[in-house]
Design a protein around this ligand. Structure first.
Ligand code: BGC
Length: 739
């Protein structure tokens, strides 16, 4: 009893910041880095070995223990990255059945990346952080920044596209926004998790240059600039070591080169070996399916690699205490930054502000791919009937897809959004057009039943009947969150649209000249009918506000301003990985032979014309680019140099343009892409308005990673600056020299 009282007393002292014991000069309530370090050391010195061992591995599906005796709270994780996952049972993936865990579903990260608007990323981080905090989670398992290497990756929808610079600029404000709430962003999946096929076994073989230039920058930005407090190791292997216990990635790069001081969390079931998990930089083990009899059963937690086996090694003296203490320091730092930060806000959940944020992000990310004859926006003054065709007009997309599946408070379907948006202005008639798999169930959550047993012929006949006399036909299809589409755990099998949609679209185009194709996907899809329809819109997965955002774009209430964060190839073999036959690898090995030539870098090098280029996206207005100018013809070592370009809205609507700046190095000792994105700005212009967009270029922007020297270098010589509306639509160039 006396011991218990002592423990309680100690615990409350910890909570107020060890003021009595530490006798520090700094005010007790200041959570600056220095005082956090003092508190970390103090707490560490009070913990028993057993308490420490408990802290480094899970106690339930999503939590790990604190130290109740010292008043140190548990850590609670949540997926991520598009909304706060519903509560599951203690040791099962199935729903806990709470009635107060319906979240706001935010757009998928591909949509956020397509906004090319760092302010939207900051807003996204802020609101999802508020929802996480309200639900008492201190680690958000997201965002994901694995590079889009192939359009078949089932998880591309959770990531930020093919370009390391764009992903870097978008991830930093997201991380900062989340962490303002006293919630850690856990950036995932570090690293090279670019496919789902054989994700637990595949060993990625990639040269250092490609690793540093393509696959690491977004993680580095999240850590070094965003100051992420957590990072999640990937399932796959690199240099024959699993990434969650990878000496090179975690010790050398993350902690050594980037000075990361947060926690490394394993992916769920990503740990495979005790020794490596101890020595190679991992701090917290989650989701391990323990072997043999206990596999997948509750109370298996003591069998985790970092549980009893770790304890035994420490007790026998085979592993020094310091190895454990390093991990505990990182975890305690997380605690003091989150659950024990006395200034952290309380968060908020499913508020009108969050709905508005979800809609704004969705509206900024929708991409108008094609708009011949200015078919869009819908002209409601002349419209009597609109035909809406396609399963994705009525299918719930917040459920499914794997760990990012959500129990949303509500989800406005495209059809409902369009009906509401059109109101009484015209009649809206719906036909199914095609039918996909029955229901997407995920962890016991079911989407509404939209099964339909009719034959493809009957469905097409009905769709054409409805479409024939309509003023507009809006076909709403694409992929979905079922396995084999945009879904964790498997990759897509083909670039083409599933369920015979190509036939439906072609049939509709034959009976109506105003077909607008709306694609819901997190990936590029083939479009054999691209020349048969006048308008195409890529609308991603938009979350709770999906239908409202789409309707506002279709009707012109919102002028579309998103641009593609990845290339749409005409065919699969127009992509580096597939052209070289390098996907999905053999015998658990996957070599990235295309090297740096991912996405538009591949198209540029091989002069392959994309279906829609990286950075492409239209508006309901037009923008004219003037001539680019450079402040000086040479960049003296240290720079910087200024590039300007006038951009004018020559149309009749207010709109936003994303002005992109790419740089190419004329000659270099190592082969480089023709050009690479180095800056962009999203600017709003009223009709007739012109703005001069100014970019600053420094020597940093000219560097490549020299893997023999293991450093970033810029070589003197001529560089070309390409300014344009997409990677394939360059409007002006200027040259300068690096002295
Ligand atoms: C996924 C992670 C996710 C974790 C927890 C894993 O299967 O790869 O992204 O955060 O599960 O749900």
């Amino acid at each position: 009893m006396i011991q218990k009282i002592k423990n309680l007393f100690l615990g409350s002292l910890l909570l107020v910041g060890f003021s009595v014991f530490a006798q520090q000069q700094t005010p007790v309530y200041m959570d600056d880095a220095q005082s956090i370090e003092k508190r970390v050391e103090d707490a560490l010195s009070r913990m028993t070995l057993e308490e420490k061992v408990k802290m480094v591995h899970a106690q339930s599906k999503f939590s790990s223990p604190g130290v109740p005796r010292l008043g140190i709270p548990e850590n609670w994780m949540t997926d991520g990255p598009h909304g706060i996952r519903a509560e599951v049972l203690w040791d099962e993936w199935n729903q806990a059945g709470w009635t107060n865990d319906h979240c706001t579903a935010f757009p998928a990260l591909t949509c956020l990346a397509a906004s090319w608007n760092p302010d939207m990323a900051a807003l996204y981080g802020q609101v999802i952080g508020e929802e996480a905090r309200y639900r008492n989670k201190n680690v958000l398992l997201g965002p994901g920044v694995n590079i889009y290497r192939t359009p078949l990756n089932g998880r591309n929808f959770e990531y930020m596209g093919e370009d390391p610079y764009l992903a870097s600029r978008m991830v930093v404000p997201y991380v900062q926004g989340v962490q303002k709430n006293g919630v850690a962003a856990c950036v995932k999946h570090f690293a090279l998790n670019n496919q789902e096929t054989d994700r637990h076994g595949v060993n990625v073989i990639v040269d250092d240059r490609t690793l540093y230039e393509m696959y690491l920058p977004a993680f580095k930005a999240a850590v070094v600039e965003g100051k992420a407090w957590a990072i999640m190791g990937a399932y796959n292997r690199y240099k024959n070591q699993w990434c969650c216990q990878n000496e090179y990635l975690l010790n050398d790069i993350l902690r050594g080169e980037w000075k990361f001081d947060g926690v490394v969390v394993s992916d769920w079931g990503g740990v495979n070996n005790t020794e490596q998990a101890i020595y190679h930089g991992l701090d917290m083990e989650f989701g391990t399916w323990t072997d043999g009899l206990s596999e997948g059963k509750s109370s298996a937690y003591d069998n985790y690699y970092l549980a009893d086996p770790f304890l035994a090694l420490l007790q026998s003296g085979k592993v020094p205490q310091e190895e454990m203490d390093k991990k505990i320091r990182n975890i305690l730092r997380l605690t003091f930054r989150t659950t024990m930060d006395r200034n952290r806000p309380f968060g908020s959940f499913i508020t009108p502000e969050h709905r508005l944020a979800a809609r704004q992000i969705a509206e900024e990310g929708i991409v108008l791919l094609k708009n011949d004859r200015n078919v869009l926006p819908l002209d409601l003054t002349k419209t009597k009937k609109i035909a809406v065709i396609g399963e994705n007009a009525i299918k719930m997309m917040t459920i499914g897809g794997g760990s990012s599946s959500l129990k949303a408070q509500y989800e406005i379907s495209p059809l409902d959004g369009i009906r509401k948006g059109i109101g009484s202005a015209a009649q809206v008639e719906y036909a199914r057009g095609y039918v996909g798999p029955k229901t997407a169930r995920q962890d016991g959550l079911a989407a509404s039943d939209i099964s339909d047993d009719r034959s493809p012929e009957a469905l097409i006949a009905e769709a054409c009947h409805v479409a024939r006399d309509a003023d507009y036909v809006i076909f709403i299809g694409g992929l979905n969150k079922h396995e084999g589409q945009d879904c964790e755990g498997a990759d897509r099998k083909e670039l083409g649209l599933p369920y015979g949609q190509d036939q439906v679209i072609s049939a509709l185009a034959k009976v109506n000249k105003n077909v607008v194709v709306v694609i819901l996907s997190g990936n590029a899809v083939a479009m054999p009918w691209v020349n048969e329809v006048p308008a195409i819109v890529e609308t991603w997965y938009l979350g709770s506000e999906a239908g409202n955002a789409l309707a506002r774009v279709l009707t012109g209430d919102v002028n579309p301003s998103g641009k593609l964060p990845f290339t749409f190839p005409v065919k699969l073999t127009d992509t580096g990985a597939h052209s070289l036959g390098d996907f999905p690898g053999n015998n658990h090995e996957q070599t990235y032979r295309e090297g740096l030539f991912v996405g538009y870098r591949w198209n540029d090098k091989n002069k392959v014309k994309p279906l829609f280029a990286f950075g492409h996206g239209l508006s309901y207005t037009q923008f004219a680019y003037g001539k680019a100018a450079v402040s000086s013809k040479s960049l003296a070592s240290g720079g910087p140099l200024t590039v300007t370009i006038p951009v004018k809205n020559t149309g009749s609507r207010t709109g936003k343009e994303i002005v992109q700046l790419y740089i190419g190095d004329e000659k270099s000792s190592l082969v480089r892409p023709i050009k690479e994105l180095k800056a962009f700005q999203k600017i709003a212009l009223a009709p007739g308005e012109e703005k001069t967009v100014t970019f600053t270029i420094s020597e940093e922007d000219l560097k490549f990673f020299d893997d023999t020297r293991h450093e970033w270098i810029a070589e003197p010589g001529k560089f070309t600056v390409y300014l344009g509306a997409s990677s394939a639509d360059i409007r002006s160039t200027v040259d300068f020299e690096l002295k």
